[in-house]
Design a protein around this ligand. Sequence first.
Ligand code: APR
Length: 310
Amino acid sequence: MDKKVSVIGAGMVGGTCAQRLAEKELCDVVLVDIIDGLPEGKALDLAEAAPIEGHDAHLTGSSKGYEATAGSDIIIITSGVPRKPGMSRDDLLGINSKIMKDVVSKTAPLSPNAIIIVVANPLDAMCHVAFETSGFPKNRVMGMAGALDSARFRCFIAEELNVSVECINAFVLGGHGDTMVPLPRYSTVAGIPITELISKEKIDAMCDRTANGGAEIVKLLKTGSAFYATASGAVVMAESILKDKKMIIPCATYLEGEYGINNLFVGVPVKLGLNGVEEIIEIKLTAEEEAGLKKSAAAVQDLVDAMAKL
Ligand code: APR
C-alpha cells in the first residue's frame, strides 16, 4: 500500500484498529507494544488471515522499538491502561499521561509529517500531552471521541426507531466524558431531526445512555473497556484523512477561540482530510447547549491543570 499507519498499543483497541485498517485496504500497518511478542503475534495472525479476507495490506509488529514506524502517515495511539469497573476515564490520568509522553517522544521524530490520532484516555487531556510532546501543528494532532460517541447515539436512535443505522446522523460535542453534549437538534434520520420523531423523555434517556456508553460496556466486560466501536471511530478518522474524503466528524481538536474556548482540546465537528483537521465547523448553539459545552470544557481544563501538578 502507498500509505502507512502505525498503531501504538497492540491491545484490544490497537489490534482491532490494525484489523480494520488492513481489511479496508487503507494502508500498511505497523503495530507496536511493549509486551514482548504481542504486536508481532497479532500482525502475523492478521497477515495470515489476509488471503481469506482478500487484502494486500502489509502488517508488521514490533515490541523491540519504533524504527518500523518511521515515515508513517498516521500514528494512532492506543497505548495505555483501560478502565476497570467503577473507574472513570480521569482515574487513568497519571499513568496514561506518562505512557503518552514516552510514546510520542519516540514516534514523532521518526514521522515528522504524520498526523496523530489519540485514543488513550482521558482522551482530551492525552491530546494535550501529544500536542505538547510532538510539537506538531494543531491540525495534525486530534483525538478520537466524537466519532465513537456519535456512533453510540446513532445506534440507540436506530434501535428506537427500528430503521437502518445508515440513514442516521448524530452530533455529540464536548469532552469524552460524562459531561459530553449530545445534540438532538442536529441529529437526524434521513434529514428529519429526531426531535420530530421521538419523545423528549426518550431522547433524554438516549443522551444519558450515550454519555455513559463507555461505562455501560466496562460494567459488562468487567476486564477492559470498549474496543470494537472505539477502533471503528479511529479508523473512520484515518480513512477520511488517508483518502482525503473531507468527512465532517466530531473530534477532539485544539480550539483557539472557536465556540468561545481557548487553548483546549474539546470535541467539535471538524473536516478531516490529507492535512488533518482542515476546518473547524462552528454551529450555532442554544444557551442550554452552550452551557453544556462550557461545562464539558471546564472538566477538560481541570484535567489539564491536574496534569501540570503531576
Ligand atoms: N508503549 C507501547 N505500548 C504500551 C505502553 C508503552 N509505553 N504502555 C502500555 N502499552 C500497551 C499495553 O501493553 C497494552 O497491550 O498498550 C496496550 C493497551 O491495550 P489494552 O490493555 O488492551 O487496552 P485497550 O482496551 O486497547 O485500551 C487502550 O484506549 O479506549 C482507550 O481507555 C482506553 O486508554 C485505553 C486505551
